[in-house]
Design a protein around this ligand. Structure first.
Ligand code: PEP
Ligand code: MG
Length: 328
């Protein structure tokens, strides 16, 4: 199969009935950007900026952030890179931040993390915004915010970036040619507020790792629950379909950037509910592309629709059997 993935590396992720699927990769270190070419991917759909913070001994300053973001953009060349602002806090506590940041809460995933922390510690976010703006001078800056639970949080984060862009301009420094703002949808409450959010975002990125644990109230890090809540559950697929439909109606592109999309059968189900853009781990690009090239998107959609209308007891088995019968 490895040989098979190598032969399709340069070929498009296109279904048999001619639908193009966007396959981007998740990354977090400068070296990851080099994987882009190797994997034959369309860009970096999720650059986890907190990695630099997690491996550093002291808080990375604006200069070192700037260096990293420049390197990543250079390595990506013409391909897009979506930077996610830091998702630290909770279980990803940084020892060099003040004591208050160390989270002793029992539920760190639902704690003071990601955008919640960033909006209360604005100096951190400002430094990151400046670094991203400077690194993207003359280019397109794509930025998204993690753990948005309500639209106002997105607005506040976006306003902070816009203020920094205005400041950069007033200082007669180069600014990005274009800026695209997006929200991660990984907290279920945001799905109820899409009518307010969608007109304000350039894209939506669904983080199925966190979303699944919050939808099912099941800790993503607990191995005893790992097999219990399946990514192919009708509850998740119906939820995602609703989000995808609303976004499509509003003309907002949607991407799934959780691990779910890196598994061929799950990715097939996502195509079945109308999602055609994924950001996945580089090693998954070959297998997912092979799946995409083996399916008829229209047939997958009608099968998944039928299964979701009357869900079988075992969705995974039903989809898997169908896929095998259809040479996927
Ligand atoms: C997610 O939650 O699905 C996601 C992509 O973000 P992370 O895994 O970094 O929390
Ligand atoms: Mg997440």
């Amino acid at each position: 199969r490895r040989a098979e993935y190598a032969t399709i590396r340069g070929l498009p992720a296109e279904t048999k009935d001619g639908e193009r699927v966007t396959l981007m990769v998740n990354a977090g270190l400068a070296e990851d950007a080099a994987m882009l070419e190797m994997a034959g991917a369309d860009g970096i759909g999720l650059f986890r900026t907190e990695f630099q913070f997690l491996i550093a001994a002291t808080l990375p300053g604006r200069e070192s952030q700037l260096r990293l973001y420049r390197n990543v953009l250079d390595a990506a060349g013409d391909k897009p890179v979506v930077f996610r602002t830091v998702d630290i806090g909770g279980d990803k506590a940084l020892p060099y931040l003040s004591e208050e940041q160390k989270d002793e809460s029992e539920n760190p995933a639902m704690g003071w993390r990601a955008l919640r922390l960033s909006l209360q510690r604005k100096a951190l976010m400002k430094a990151q915004a400046r670094a991203l703006i400077e690194a993207s001078a003359g280019k397109t800056l794509r930025v998204m915010f993690p753990m948005v639970s309500e639209p106002w949080e997105y607005e506040e984060a976006r306003a902070l970036f816009e203020e920094q862009i205005a400041w950069t301009k007033s200082a007669k420094r180069a600014v990005p040619k274009r800026v695209e703002f997006g929200a991660m949808l990984e907290v279920p409450s945001l799905a109820e507020m899409l009518d307010i959010l969608l007109p304000r975002v350039d894209f939506l990125s669904i983080g199925t790792n966190d979303l699944t644990q919050f939808l099912f109230a099941a800790d993503r890090a607990d191995p005893r629950l790992a097999d219990r809540y399946d990514w192919l559950s009708p509850a998740i697929l119906r939820f995602l379909r609703r989000v995808a439909n609303e976004a499509r109606a509003a003309g907002v592109p949607v991407r799934v950037c959780g691990e779910m999309a890196g598994r061929p059968l799950e990715a097939m189900a996502l195509i079945g509910i109308g999602i055609d853009s994924f950001s996945i781990t580089p090693a998954a690009v070959g297998p997912v592309k092979a799946m995409v090239r083996s399916i008829d998107a229209a047939a997958v959609r009608s099968r998944v629709e039928a299964l979701l209308a009357k869900p079988p007891a075992n969705m995974r088995k039903a989809l898997g059997d169908w896929a095998r019968r259809h040479g996927v």
